[in-house]
Design a binder for this molecule. Structure first.
Ligand code: MG
Length: 389
């Protein structure tokens, strides 16, 4: 029973904290930030159960929300088709590993997606044949458009913008952390597609890559899709595309392929830290409405403070009027409490006054609000906030 009780308790503490702090803590929302600093009205990050890391002997497990493209099962070959003709691929699953059959052409996923965190592991043939681009060559094509190179560059130099984990034809990797051929190599890729509007590039799109845990591409801008011999130019991508793996004539093996879709960027209307002014205004209105709905279920000072909180997100004459009348009533009632009974009200008076200080500091209510002056006078007379030495 204790195990299941904990989340409930945590949630109720959270709710209490939200009500206690409300919007009266960090700097308030502004034109491009719909939330206050340290805002408890901001949604909690979604829970994801982490996976496990791979070893050479055994692939790890994906996080709980990952979409698995190949997890080692023979039937998962059905998630992939020949890129040439959309027919079943001639690539094979052997010993829980997806293997390129040279001459059979690229494979692509039936699934189409775009911005993602992609995990993929590959292994070049342990029997070393060829050199430069001819040794253990394959490739991971995000959206079928841009190649993160797969190549056995262990003791095998090649042109740097075509080496393992280069964005092929665009940018070399910052380091070469490859293991020996035959060993498993992991790529963790963060991919953002380019965004164009009316033919104008708003965001070039970016790729970040870790190879065996070592950063090799750091938010590298895409400059289009890259390619062989020709300098690539920025271009729009489709909304979604498949993941493609290259047949470059080498029997490269793959395992543990999964991705997690990424949320929209601010530029696409997503809720990143800096949003457009229009999107921020819309979000602030949505938050304010939700707080007013919550306030409608409350009574007394809790209701008043929640309504005050709502006006930090969006001005609302009814909410403001109700809350100002309520705080005036509260201050009047507190002034009437006899001196020997006022101590019982200390917590509530300090709590409301703290909120009023915030609201006056950020000009949500008039600086000379009489209710605030009355409550401050009580605090001073009782010496509830002695000056720090
Ligand atoms: Mg390649």
């Amino acid at each position: 029973m204790k195990r299941s009780a904990f989340p409930t308790l945590a949630l109720s503490l959270l709710t209490t904290a939200a009500l206690a702090e409300g919007g009266f803590y960090g700097d308030p929302p502004d034109a491009t930030h719909p939330w206050a600093i340290h805002d408890m009205n901001r949604p909690q990050p979604m829970r994801v159960e982490p996976g496990t890391f791979s070893s050479q002997e055994k692939p790890g497990t994906p996080p709980s929300d990952a979409i698995i493209l190949f997890g080692g099962k023979a039937e998962e070959i059905e998630k992939w088709i020949s890129d040439k003709n959309g027919e079943p691929t001639k690539w094979v699953v052997k010993e829980s590993v997806l293997q390129c059959v040279p001459g059979s052409g690229y494979v692509r996923t039936k699934e189409e997606f775009a911005d993602c965190q992609l995990h993929i592991e590959w292994s070049a043939p342990s029997k070393v044949e060829g050199n430069s681009q001819g040794r253990g060559n394959s490739g991971v094509f995000l959206m079928g458009q841009v190649e993160v190179q797969v190549l056995d560059n262990y003791n095998n130099p090649s042109y740097p913008d075509g080496m393992a984990s280069s964005i092929y034809g665009i940018n070399p990797p910052m380091a070469n952390p490859l293991r020996a051929p035959g060993e498993w190599q992991s790529y963790d890729i963060i991919f953002r597609r380019p965004i164009f509007k009316d033919g104008k590039e708003l965001d070039p799109g970016y790729i970040t890559v870790f190879v065996n845990g070592v950063l090799t591409q750091d938010h590298t801008p895409l400059e289009g899709g890259g390619g062989h011999m020709k300098r690539s130019k920025p271009k729009a991508f489709p909304d979604q595309g498949p993941l493609k793996l290259q047949d470059h004539g080498n029997p490269v093996r793959y395992r543990n392929i999964w991705y997690r879709p990424l949320p929209k960027r601010a530029i696409e209307g997503g809720e990143a830290s800096r949003m457009s002014e229009a999107a921020t205004a819309a979000k602030r209105a949505e938050i304010a409405k939700s707080i007013r709905e919550d306030a409608a279920k409350l009574e007394g000072n809790a209701k008043m403070l929640r309504l005050f909180e709502s006006i930090c997100y969006e001005a609302n004459a009814d909410a403001q009027e109700f809350a100002l009348a309520a705080v005036t009533d509260f201050a009047t009632a507190m002034k009437a409490v006899p001196a020997d009974k006022i101590a019982a009200q200390k917590g509530e008076i300090l709590h409301v006054t703290k909120a009023l200080r915030y609201l006056t500091q950020f000009k949500f209510v008039p600086q000379d609000l009489a209710a605030k002056q009355d409550l401050e006078a009580i605090i001073k007379a009782q010496d509830w906030e002695p000056k720090k030495k």
